[in-house]
Design a protein around this ligand. Structure first.
Ligand SMILES: Nc1ncnc2c1ncn2[C@@H]1O[C@H](COP(=O)(O)OP(=O)(O)OP(=O)(O)O)[C@@H](O)[C@H]1O
Ligand SMILES: [Mg+2]
Length: 263
């Protein structure tokens, strides 16, 4: 059993988590038991002490790998807090993705370490996209299974996913998203790997790409396959919206081969 001051710290954090009071239906019932385990509460406590998070208001999404919460920081500004589940089922799914990835060598067997590394990888990918000038949520900080980033949306809710957004000029969105794929590859040297109308939010009138945990570097052994799949998903979606899409091969041709040492 933990002794005080831990108990006090947990109590403090729990008080600052409105999400625990949310009416829990369906998936959300898992919020309390699975997401806010003691290790997660301790991590949140550290973030609260640093003023990065002041309050966790409500879940905007309860996904496969984790939950995303509308939160506010010490200044009262909105931030998005993504908390990865540390359950065995998440571990198994994530482990499948990172098998054979040299960066995960030696930790694939450890549930906690693997999930922490996965959250850190999503953070690094956000950083790398943002540094290359691509529109993703700005990463703020990551600690263990908790990732804090810019909140895309307002108090009334998160920005809509592209699939739920009525586009005035679908061709403009198409161009912008193809630009994200090509520049993502050429400038950030990344391939998203799960790009679809689900993982693109629309804020103002522009797309913001999210969910970059599985995103890989362009030198990963099957990066070109992932790239092709992303292009095909986006092409299929926009064809359904009546856009005269570019040939997949033409888009792929714009994505340059990774530079080799000495080039
Ligand atoms: N930075 C953000 N700002 C606002 N809302 C966000 C943000 N990041 C994620 N969301 C919301 O949470 C949802 C899930 O996020 P994300 O896709 O990153 O998580 P996931 O665990 O992979 O979930 P899923 O399995 O549903 O894809 C998004 O569709 C979006 O509605
Ligand atoms: Mg997603």
């Amino acid at each position: 059993m933990l002794s005080p001051p831990y108990e006090e710290q947990f109590a403090y954090v729990e008080q600052r988590i409105d999400a625990l009071k949310t009416d829990k239906t369906g998936d959300e019932r898992q919020t309390e038991g699975e997401v806010f385990d003691r290790k997660t509460l301790m991590t949140l406590y550290d973030m609260m002490k640093r003023g990065m998070v002041d309050k966790v208001h409500y879940p905007v999404s309860t996904g496969k790998e984790g939950n995303v919460f509308y939160s506010t920081d010490g200044d009262g500004s909105a931030v998005a807090l993504k908390i990865y589940r540390t359950s065995t089922s998440t571990f198994k799914r994530v482990a499948r993705y990172v098998e054979g990835d040299p960066r995960f060598k030696g930790i694939v067997g450890n549930r906690w370490k693997l999930i922490y590394a996965w959250a850190a990888k999503e953070y690094r990918n956000l950083e790398r996209y943002a540094e290359a000038g691509l529109r993703v949520p700005e990463p703020i900080t990551v600690d263990k299974n908790c990732l804090l980033m810019e909140y895309i949306g307002d108090e009334s809710g998160p920005a809509p996913q592209l699939r739920n957004y009525e586009m005035d000029e679908p061709a403009d969105y198409y161009e912008c998203i193809v630009g994200f794929i090509v520049d993502g590859w050429n400038k950030a040297r990344l391939v998203h790997g799960d790009l679809s109308e689900y993982n693109i939010l629309v804020e103002g009138d522009g797309p913001v790409v999210i969910d970059v945990g599985q995103t890989m570097t362009a030198d990963f052994f099957n990066a070109r396959e992932l790239l092709e799949r992303d292009v095909e998903n986006v092409n299929a979606y926009f064809r359904r919206k009546g856009v005269d899409t570019e040939k997949t091969t033409d888009i792929l041709a714009e994505c340059k081969a990774p530079r080799r040492e000495g080039d």
